[in-house]
Write a protein that binds this ligand. Sequence first.
Ligand code: TNX
Length: 600
Amino acid sequence: MARAAELTAGELLAPPAPVRLGDVVPAPEQVRPDPTADFTLPADAAVRVGPDPDAREVAEQLAELLRPATGYPLPIVVEATTTGGPLVLTLAAATPPAGVPRPRTAAEDTAGAGAAGAVAGAAEPAGTDGAASVGGVAEPVSPGGVDPTPSAAGPTTVGADELGAEGYRLDVTPTGVRISADTATGLFHGVQTLRQLLPAAVESPSPVAARWVVPGGVLVDRPRFPYRGAMLDVSRHFFGVADVLRVIDHLARYKLNHLHLHLTDDQGWRIAVDSWPALTTVGGATEVGGGPGGFYTGADYRRIVRYAARRHVTVVPEIDLPGHTNAALTAYPELAPDRVAPPPYTGTEVGFSYVDPASERTYDFVADVLGEVAALTPGPWLHIGGDEAFKVKGAAYTGFVERTQRIVAGTGKTVIGWHQIAPAGHAEERVLQWWGTDGTDPVVAEAVRRGARLILSPGNHAYLDMKYAPDTPIGHDWAGLIDVRRAYDWDPGTHVAGVPADAVLGVEAPLWTESVTTLAEIEFMFLPRLPAIAELGWSPRSAHDWAGFRERLAGHGPRWATAGIAFHRAPEIPWPAERDAADTPTTATPTPPATPTPTG
Ligand code: TNX
């Protein structure tokens, strides 16, 4: 505060070209810019919020985001009813927004842009605008905010009660910014948007002399799909708690709401299980390339889960079964088909290990492990892997999966498995994670007809362990090269033949870590592709536009650089010239890790 206040007007930087209201990733559903309504944050601003504890928590997070760069104190003021002020968070918006088109559902999107708009309801009378007047004109608003032509959704209106579990409304007027939502999660997403609407210098960890201008107008936003995630493989290389927390920050920035942790594989078992302690003491001591490995204690895992929950991210734990289990077998040979402990594995081959599906001891193990992991996990999901169990075939495989699905149901969780579990019998609500590369799989389509839902992680678009280009220093290419455009150019609603959009729960970008060894390398592979996947999961299909996306994404380079986050300067993105990011650290480009030596 003191430092910022001491700066004279002459020392202030020239006002940066304000970010445009639609310059947000993922693209908001509806944007109505009002260039006459820009707002400048004053040094004495408070964050005003109602008494709901979760909303107060979001207010505190907003202040935490803004304090370092602005140097402003930003006290939190709790009010029974929020009125006005520079920064206001309002839960359960009481007044419907005026003149905002009704959002389209995923199913409507799939029906085609032109026809789908004429759904449910004529335009409501405009007028009772909430925090900020936008003139009450029921004029359509374009998704992405860069195109003033009407969106295909047509001029129907959305009531405030339609913001749903994650939506929010953001009003910017010359006197302040108000974020309204039905839930604290919606407020949190609105805060992430506000962060992007401020100059990139807001990412600075120390005070910066800048005018903190927010572009004027109204934005109404909510997700296309409920499940939007990323996966981190902590088995092939182990990543400590601090790294995982930082990954959660990156997810939250882009409104991703699930972190899938691939906790077990041949190269290491990473989650403590009290009833089978050698899983970690023996099975956790290895990783690809021969490094020391590591594992999360129950307390570590709880800390990750709590940190994620505060950022409205749900942790999805994966225990990969019946294959990918060499680390478990080194600890407990009684689970192996021949009851002989295999040597520890630090290579990168797949498909050779499995727990004995014919042994009752295996199901004791599965029930104990899944029971303990379920008890540690507040979220609704348990992921059982199921991929590449090449040596467990036919009825032995489907029988194992069906029994494991029942064990999961017994823990009260909903089962997720890689799409290889499709031939197993249906289990209520079960979810398949598609990682195929050609969009056709009759077995998966049939499982969906029986009631399964799908998370889409197509290997050739969403696998962030694939290289960007032939010269990318780390990564694989078995599913092809994935540059930013390839990560962006597909539609989760239509991607798998025979799977309708309403069976699609959402999208996930997996990061396998055979070749990824450091946090900087994780960031290099995530950014800038993770925001592409995030936009596919969040934004209405009508907002999908590569030309607009690459321009919006370009503005994030200076943000990452200012925050000290590594990323790949992908050549197809028009990054601002270096001088525009003059106050930013140099981007870290990872050096290639030593090639791991397969040992089996
Ligand atoms: C396939 S995708 C795997 C993983 C590897 C990955 C490498 C899937 C479910 N299984 O075991 O790490 O390829 O890209």
